[in-house]
Design a protein around this ligand. Structure first.
Ligand code: C2E
Ligand code: CA
Ligand code: CA
Ligand code: CA
Length: 281
């Protein structure tokens, strides 16, 4: 009734309430999406300079019955704020392992590696190592064909803990790729402390050189390539859309590419058809 109402109003800001409700709905919707099979994995190939497809990155898609395809760039960050990411991330790993098992018996696909994006929260979940050990066992997966993509934000919490966890997972035979490197806040020197097998050159750097010319930022790419070579890590450049970009990367010493120039992420049947028809040519 009195002056206090002005302050009280802020607590019941309808806009804020709407946001809270929307987030709650989204969390509900994500858990429903799991039980009702609305998530799918798309696969995008990684190709060497000689044209050989050596692996795929698995990318999640949400086929919502009313809202259509929802981008992971939208729902993964929200899932990461809740425990949902553990359930979704677990589903992704299970699907990837099942796919690896399925490809084991198909000659054209049996040597393909599958890269899976792992969120920080998922990486630090207490039963993560047991979960992976269980999946490798259940689907009889060659662990060397499963690559876990981690972002540098995982070291911001505790570098020693990250190293320890990675070593435990490496003991299972799994590979690690550093995703989006050079875009965050960690220093290049972290790479020397973390047991990565592969570094991915972020599309942010690749995009800036659409005409194939070296931008100022390219010095960072050169540094990343130099470090990867020093530590004997494989390199994959992502977001390669033009021949000029591919050439610039090649001339800089990166010989493995992922991007629309070769193929978009596709459902497994389309990817299999794409690789099969490519093999005939
Ligand atoms: P990311 O890991 O950096 O994945 C690469 C993104 O670049 C993908 O976006 C891919 O579709 C897109 N891309 C590939 N080639 C090109 C290209 O030539 N040009 C352009 N402009 N884009 C290209 P997407 O699929 O929308 O995924 C966005 C992000 O969502 C991923 O970025 C990753 O951080 C996250 N994400 C996707 N799937 C998963 C998942 O299963 N788990 C987790 N935790 N995160 C995921
Ligand atoms: Ca919650
Ligand atoms: Ca990735
Ligand atoms: Ca990336």
């Amino acid at each position: 009734a009195k002056q206090a109402d002005g302050n009280a109003l802020r607590f019941f800001d309808p806009q804020m309430l709407a946001e809270v409700e929307q987030r709650f709905d989204l969390e509900q919707a994500m858990s429903k999406a799991l039980t009702e099979d609305q998530f799918m994995l798309f696969y995008q190939p990684q190709i060497t300079d000689s044209g050989q497809v050596i692996g795929v990155e698995a990318l999640i898609r949400w086929q919502h019955p009313e809202r259509g395809m929802i981008s992971p760039a939208y729902f993964i960050p929200l899932a990461e704020e809740s425990e949902q990411i553990e359930a979704i991330g677990g589903w992704v790993l299970q699907q990837a392992c099942q796919q690896l098992q399925n490809w084991q018996t198909k000659s054209l696909f049996s040597a393909l590696s599958v890269s899976v994006n792992i969120s920080v929260r998922q990486f630090y979940q207490p039963d993560f190592i047991d979960l992976l050990a269980g999946l490798l066992q259940q689907y009889q997966v060659n662990p060397a064909l499963l690559t876990l993509e981690l972002t540098e934000s995982l070291v911001l919490t505790d570098l020693d803990d990250a190293v320890h966890r990675m070593q435990q997972l490496k003991a299972l035979g799994l590979r690690f790729a550093m995703d989006d490197f050079g875009t965050g806040y960690s220093s290049l020197s972290y790479l020397s402390r973390l047991p990565f097998d592969e570094v991915k050159i972020d599309q942010h750097f690749v995009r800036q050189s659409s005409d194939g010319k070296k931008t100022r930022d390219w010095a960072i790419v050169d540094a990343i390539i130099g470090i990867a070579n020093t530590f004997d890590m494989a390199l994959v450049a992502e977001g390669v859309e033009t021949e000029a970009q591919r050439e610039l990367l090649y001339n800089s010493g990166c010989f493995c590419f992922q991007g629309y120039l070769f193929a978009r992420p596709q459902p497994v049947a389309e990817f299999e058809a794409w690789l099969s028809s490519r093999d005939l040519n």
